[in-house]
Design a protein. Structure first.
Length: 71
């Protein structure tokens, strides 16, 4: 996972993106799926919404970097 769903702390977009980038150093992008864990059911709506918002933003950011031409 890209963050601990059992913690009430909502991870930042950058933290999730960093974890995704680290994952991509060992797995091909085609084998990586970014999706929520069922653990969100134990979180308050505000926590879940914030975590999902950050997860989606991180996924978009990392995907955008993957699709950029090399410098």
């Amino acid at each position: 996972g890209v963050y601990d769903i059992h913690s009430p702390r909502v991870p930042s977009t950058e933290e999730i993106a960093a974890n995704l980038r680290a994952t991509l150093t060992v797995l091909d992008a085609g084998r990586v799926w970014v999706n929520p864990d069922c653990g969100l059911k134990t979180r308050k709506a505000e926590e879940s919404t914030a975590a999902l918002r950050n997860m989606v933003a991180a996924a978009w950011e990392v995907r955008a970097r993957l699709n950029r031409p090399a410098d």
